[in-house]
Design a binder for this molecule. Sequence first.
Ligand code: ZN
Length: 126
Amino acid sequence: MSQSRVGQEIEAFCGRCRMDRTHRIVAQDPDGSIKKVICGMCNSYRNYKQPSPRSTTKRAASRTSTSTVVEEKLFPSRNYNMKESYKEGEVIAHPTFGVGKVLSERDQHKIEVKFADGIRILLQNR
Ligand SMILES: [Zn+2]
């Protein structure tokens, strides 16, 4: 049985070369397990990982966490009442349609409101 030791060469996957390269062992644990290796091709220094078929799925999953979903959270400032008047940008609560945001004032008596299920025309100043 041959023990691996610092200075020896070993095949390992190089993350920079993106392929298996001959690495040189530069650090190891007192129990003889390899800690750090250096790529003989690009000289990049890395923690040596024992090749394990189970570790491959974990890497792919960590890639997807970068997409940030920006969802607009609406907090109604008041309940909708057709007798009142509304301004662009106001968030209102409608008894039937739910929470909506005033997109624009159509005219003196109509507002365009965006609800979760679509844009609706509501009355104002009635
Ligand atoms: Zn390399």
